[in-house]
Design a binder for this molecule. Structure first.
Ligand code: HEM
Length: 395
């Protein structure tokens, strides 16, 4: 890749720098205000699109910005594409059509009691003590248990959680990343194999036996699909849930407003997701040369869609750095992406967040911080790692 250090668009921004998350939004805002289409020499080199309009347009224009060269910057160590996120049409549309109907709000209705149970089970042992780490004890286990419940994976969820977390954490460290990807793939292969040729008993079994254009889904594609559902289905939601609970305990006056009017719960969720997108960027690769705000993007160059910038673009959201549940267009953030790759799990993530927030308001409405929370992030993720809280003991 040609170094572009002589270019006027060059900024210093390295998403593999572990220090970045301590001042992530300061850095993104700085890049956005100085150079909305910026070039970074870090890792493989990449363009950064930080304006709302540009991120929407690049997400829509799959012919110019392809996903088939990978959507992580730098790449993960996965030996195969994640499906359907790294497919272009027409194959993408066929796989999306298979999966999306299982994850709509309506399709998820039968799972509501099960997910409520998972949330209550996570909280119940903590209630008598009146103390917990709400991220470690609740936000971490709930999403992985929910996706396993829906897929029908009832083996040790701690193992799958560890495998998925290590896989994501290894991004940018090629050898480790390959090893972690192989471990996760081996586990999922076992789950798939156990369902081959068997009567369909669960959603994973339905995918194993599903046909597209009269043919079973090829092994590698199936593995890529299940891998994405498992990985995308939990770390993201852990971060979203953690930030939501953080806002509840730290935003002055918020708790009283929501306790008095539960119809505000969804607004609190959206405003938290806008300000703190759990996935703050995704990648694309330029397929056809294009010009954007005067910069020439050449074939083969990586492009980072910076949702964390788009969601705080002052041309789209007034006072973008403020938490304001009364803002107009509160749902228009790009936290779940945009266009044909928009998140398939959006309704599931929203459901988990809504049920958890309502559980907290019903059961431990006096919850407050009991120490400093800590935050962490990867090359494209951000969220709390630990958050000690206290509340009146419930027996
Ligand atoms: C708060 C939680 C979540 C966030 C912030 C989130 C974010 C995203 C984003 C930004 C994309 C778009 C990627 C792109 O355009 O390249 C995406 C795609 C996707 N997400 Fe999520 N996600 C969340 C939860 C989930 C859950 C629970 C599932 C499990 C079902 C899931 C499954 C997927 C899948 C399968 C795709 C690929 C869609 C496609 O390519 O057509 N996500 N997600």
């Amino acid at each position: 890749m040609t170094a572009r250090t002589s270019r006027p668009e060059t900024v210093s921004f390295d998403n593999t720098d572990p220090e970045l998350i301590t001042h992530l939004y300061e850095r993104i805002n700085d890049v956005q205000s100085r150079c909305p289409v910026a070039w970074s020499d870090a890792s493989t080199g990449f363009w950064m699109l930080t304006k709302y309009e540009d991120v929407v347009e690049a997400s829509r224009d799959w012919e110019t910005y392809t996903v088939t060269e990978g959507i992580m910057i730098p790449p993960t160590g996965a030996s195969m594409p994640v499906i359907p996120a790294e497919l272009d049409p027409p194959r993408h549309s066929k796989l999306r059509k298979l999966v999306l109907p299982n994850f709509t709000e309506k399709a998820l209705e039968p799972w509501v009691p099960g997910i409520r149970r998972i949330i209550a089970d996570a909280f119940e042992p903590l209630l008598p003590a009146g103390k917990a780490d709400i991220v470690v004890d609740v936000a971490r286990p709930v999403p992985v248990l929910a996706i396993c419940l829906i897929l029908g994976i009832d083996t040790d969820w701690r193992r799958i959680r560890r495998l998925a977390e290590e896989f994501l954490a290894a991004t940018g460290k090629p050898e480790l990343a390959r090893a972690k990807a192989a471990e996760l793939e081996a586990f999922l292969e076992e789950e798939i194999e156990a369902r081959r040729g068997e009567p369909v008993k669960d959603l994973l079994g339905a995918y194993v036996n599903a046909e597209i254009d009269g043919e079973l889904i090829p092994e590698r594609e199936l593995l890529g699909l299940v891998q994405l559902l498992v990985v995308a289905g939990h770390e993201t939601t852990v971060n979203g849930m953690g930030m939501l609970l953080y806002r509840l305990v730290s935003e002055p006056g918020l708790r009283d407003r929501v306790l008095a009017d539960r119809s505000l719960v969804d607004k609190v969720i959206d405003e938290t997701l806008r300000l703190h997108p759990p996935v703050w960027n995704m990648g694309r690769t330029v397929r056809e040369q294009t010009t954007l705000r005067g910069s020439t993007l050449c074939p083969g160059e990586k492009v980072m869609l910076v949702y964390g910038g788009a969601n705080r673009d002052p041309d789209k959201f007034e006072h973008p750095g403020e938490f304001d549940i009364d803002r107009p267009g509160i749902t228009q953030h790009l936290t779940f992406g945009s266009g044909r790759h928009r998140c398939i799990g959006e309704a599931l993530a929203r459901l988990e967040l809504r049920l958890t927030l309502n559980y907290v308001l019903d059961t431990i409405p006096d919850v407050e911080l009991d120490g400093e929370p800590s935050f962490s992030g990867g090359t494209n993720q951000f969220g709390p790692r630990a958050m000690p809280v206290r509340f009146a003991s419930v027996t």
